[in-house]
Design a protein around this ligand. Structure first.
Ligand code: SAH
Length: 249
């Protein structure tokens, strides 16, 4: 008998930004797996009747395999990610792993959406994502930097508002410097930029700068960087992208 694997996006931080479906999936699970910080983010939903299985930040393939195996064995399993599980999260790995099993052993898989960091940051900044925008990760752990930079240039040239995930970590200190320099080839120095750290969590921090004054050292592992497009303005303490394209030209 196969069980059910639910891949759950917990949202950016605390319970206020979690969906009811995400909460139900975690509460109903017999086994809850995830990176330990994400398990901590839903500790109010888990209890001693459940098996809660923490893993390290890098052990994604193993975590997906464990989750799929537990569900294939008949359990109701929740695999938790922060934000949305489909965006730089565990959903694609879980689905790839599950569909590699023969159909008779394959568990049912559901994906429950969550508020991704860009959306949480956009709300804190005002309305920078009012029109077209792109999300890009600056992590070059799963892609060569050349591929990241090619996409960055395409987004910059297309004048899309940009949400940069994974801008910096202890082991990746130069990527945001490089991204800033690349963007500056395409966008003016006074382009508004918002740095949002720990959106929806304790220690939430919002900083408004420009492309010219962006200090990469102000970003960390829990920061998402929103870079404006030509139609994005700073209005007092808000970042606002015009609803009509070309409104300022
Ligand atoms: N699945 C997650 C993203 C995981 S990648 C989501 O949908 O949000 C990890 C990156 O997401 C971090 O480096 C940071 O850029 C961003 N991030 C995640 N949570 C955040 C938060 N609460 N505040 C700001 N940025 C966050």
């Amino acid at each position: 008998m196969t069980g059910l694997l639910t891949v759950v996006g917990l949202g950016p931080g605390g319970p206020a930004h979690r969906t009811r479906a995400a909460e139900d999936a975690v509460r109903d699970a017999q086994v809850v797996l995830g990176y330990h910080a994400y398990l901590a983010a839903c500790a109010d939903l888990t209890g001693p009747h459940q098996s809660v299985v923490p893993s390290g930040i890098g052990a994604e393939q193993q975590r997906a395999g464990d989750a799929v195996r537990a569900a294939a064995g008949g359990a109701r399993v929740a695999l938790v990610s922060s934000g949305d599980a489909g965006i730089y999260g565990m959903a694609s790995l879980a689905l790839t792993t599950a569909t590699a099993l023969p159909p008779t052993r394959r568990p049912a898989v559901r994906v429950v959406p969550g508020i991704t960091a860009a959306i949480a940051a956009g709300a804190l900044l005002g309305a920078p994502l009012a029109r077209d925008f792109a999300c890009l990760t600056l992590s070059d752990l799963l892609a060569p930097w050349e591929a990241v930079e090619t996409r960055l240039r395409a987004v910059a040239a297309a004048d899309l508002v940009l949400a940069l995930y994974n801008p910096r970590s202890q082991g990746r200190s130069w990527q945001l410097h490089r991204a800033r320099d690349v963007l500056a080839e395409y966008r003016p120095g006074d382009t508004p930029v918002g740095l949002v750290t720990d959106a929806g969590r304790d220690g939430e921090r919002v900083e408004l700068v420009t492309l010219a004054t962006l200090d990469p050292a102000r970003a960390g592992m829990h920061t998402v960087v929103i870079v404006g497009a030509a139609d994005t303005s700073r209005l007092g303490t808000w970042l606002v992208t015009a609803r009509s394209l070309g409104a300022r030209s």
